[in-house]
Design a protein around this ligand. Sequence first.
Ligand SMILES: [Zn+2]
Length: 105
Amino acid sequence: MKTGHTTMRKLRSAVMKLPLMLTCREFEDFVLDYFEGTLPTKQHVIFDIHLMVCHDCRSYLAAYQRSVALSKAVFERLEDPVPGDVPEDLVEAIIAAKDERYRRT
Ligand SMILES: [Zn+2]
């Protein structure tokens, strides 16, 4: 396919025009918007690029995703008529995910 090459060239020239100096601190500020889908296109691209080049932020995002998924699981359980007991390993995983967040700030 010939279009692939053109797309890459266009993408590269677009990327060159962007200010790519996103710090890890700024990256964190974007995470919430990223998950809510409210990140503007330009910021989204910068965010994705930072994600590609920064190993720390990749693991941070993975931890964040895990804690969001775990929180949802807990809230779903709380809405049950009979909540029952939350598995201890789930609670520990949530606490661990939160610790990971606080260590970075
Ligand atoms: Zn980073």
